[in-house]
Ligand binder design. Structure first.
Ligand code: GLU
Length: 494
């Protein structure tokens, strides 16, 4: 048997971090078993569909590296993979259910349904459709149709007995059938509801395992009964534990609510993480740890390392909160392992957005110093904005700031002047020569013969910032002319 799993988002907006975790687990399961990962768009609720959302979701999944084997853009043997393009199929199968006495036409108008609801509320009865059209005779149905009344198609849910869901993660769950209403399968506009489309597609696309968010578990008994009505074998169910809001109450929802609950910066869309400067590898690492764990107390691992260990049985059914606090640390670990060239490339768009134009050579030069200092890519901005003259001078320094207890004013001034002369003429203007020359000057001017205090002050003079890359890299990055000009300004303070 080839494992076939699907991620089936509704295009209602950007990809939510909880959905990304669902996609990731499906992808991991497919890759582990050399199976197929299918992307299917569930867009039958047209009122909730947002233009551009399909592209946005696909773009985010691509960024995460969760490649799909079949889907709207790549096609496949079971397409189309967008549900609104499959409308004929749903109509065909709902007719089949009618013909086989597994479904019925319902003529209840929305007014009638809300009246029913009011009555149920008043009588403190259970809410939901009471099945009143289920018992219409064939003649009554024909007459109402002839009169031009529009109808939905509802499922004839078995009225007694129980439906048992065998879920790999949640175990076995039993539902009383009488509590499950006769759901609408086909709306009066001819489009299916989620239930019908989902079941038909999972069957026709030969899905073997359904991994989806726990919030869908209550639809499973209806779905199982639909499979039975069609005479089809249901896939294996694995409902993934809920990803919760920071308070631990309710599912992780919209950003504002999550933010209010935690009081901290909380992202809920994958795009927000992307824009904030997280690496997709770090995000996958982080998400795979939500409800599953690698074992051996290991927190940093690649997906290749995780796949052999991944199993549905090992997924914890308990709801979990995203360990946001860990994410910066995880991302920092990934950044440390990046090649300087890759880091430079990754940082560039963030610098550009902040209006910092830094040449490739200069960027590369400061990257080794950056590797251990960044948690997120934009952290590079305050480090590197000393390179822009317009930003230089933001720190108002005085002559006193450029002195130290081991480096009184006269020594500091002398050191800066010697450094100026040295930097104006040193050839070549590179790290080795600059570091040797400035060390010597520093040792000569400090009272204790150590270069440290002077070099610290040089850094302040040249970058005019408390945070910056190391001094020698900063000087090379600035270039001779600008380094000397900044020293001139510092010297003028004395
Ligand atoms: N379209 C549903 C969603 O947006 C998918 C539910 C399922 O996977 O069955 O989450």
């Amino acid at each position: 048997m080839t494992v076939r799993v699907r991620f089936a988002p509704s295009p209602t907006g950007y990809l939510h971090i909880g959905s990304a975790r669902t996609a990731l687990f499906n992808w991991m399961y497919a890759r582990k078993h050399n199976g197929r990962f299918i992307l299917r768009i569930e867009d039958t609720d047209q009122k909730r569909s947002v233009p551009g959302a399909i592209e946005a979701i696909m773009d985010t999944l691509r960024w995460l590296g969760l490649d799909w084997d079949e889907g709207p853009d790549v096609g496949g043997d079971f397409g189309p993979y967008i549900q609104t393009e499959r409308a004929d199929l749903y109509r065909h199968w709902s007719q089949w259910l009618l013909d086989n006495d597994k479904a019925y036409k319902c003529f209840c108008t929305s007014e009638e349904l809300s009246e029913m609801r009011k009555e149920q509320l008043a009588a403190k009865k259970p809410l939901g459709y009471d099945g009143r059209c289920r018992w219409l005779t064939a003649e009554q149905v024909a007459a109402r149709e002839a009169a031009g009344e529009s109808a939905t198609i509802r499922f004839k849910m078995p009225r007694d007995g129980v439906t048992i869901i065998q879920d790999v993660i949640r175990g076995s769950i039993s539902y009383n059938n009488e509590q499950i209403i006769d759901s609408v399968l086909l709306k009066s506009d001819g489009l299916p509801t989620y239930h019908l489309a989902n079941v038909i597609d999972d069957h026709l696309m030969e899905i073997t395992h359904i991994m989806r968010a726990d919030e869908w578990i209550n639809t499973a008994p209806l779905h199982i009964n639909l499979y039975r009505a069609f005479g089809w074998e249901p896939p294996v169910y694995a409902h993934l534990s809920l990803v919760m809001n920071p308070s631990g109450k309710g599912k992780l929802s919209k950003r504002t609510q999550a933010f209010q609950e935690s009081g901290e910066e909380i992202f809920v869309q994958v795009e927000e993480f992307r824009k904030a400067g997280f690496l997709p590898e770090a995000l996958n690492n982080f998400l795979s740890n939500v409800g599953w764990s690698f074992g051996d107390d290991r927190e940093i691992f690649s997906m290749e390392e995780a796949l052999p260990r991944f199993s549905l049985e090992a997924i914890n059914p308990a709801p979990s909160r995203l360990p946001y606090a860990k994410l910066d640390w995880i991302n920092g670990q990934y950044i440390q392992n990046m090649a300087p060239e890759a880091l430079a490339e990754a940082i560039k768009p963030f610098l550009a957005e902040a209006g910092l134009v830094v040449s490739d050579d200069v960027l590369l030069l400061v990257m080794p110093a950056m590797l251990t200092r960044l948690k997120r890519f934009p952290d590079a901005i305050p480090f590197l904005d000393f390179l822009v003259d317009a930003k230089d001078g933001t720190l108002e320094i005085t002559a006193e700031d450029l002195t130290h207890k081991k480096l009184p004013a006269d020594a500091a001034l002398r050191g800066l002047q010697e450094a100026r002369a040295f930097l104006s003429s040193v050839e070549p203007f590179d790290l080795d020569h600059i570091s040797q020359g400035l060390m010597k000057i520093g040792e000569a001017v400090s009272e204790n013969g150590k270069a440290g205090p002077f070099l610290g002050k040089m850094r302040l003079a040249v970058t005019q910032k408390q945070v910056s890359p190391p001094l020698f890299e900063s000087i090379v990055a600035l270039g001779r002319e600008r380094a000397v000009a900044r020293l001139d300004r510092s010297i003028a303070l004395f």
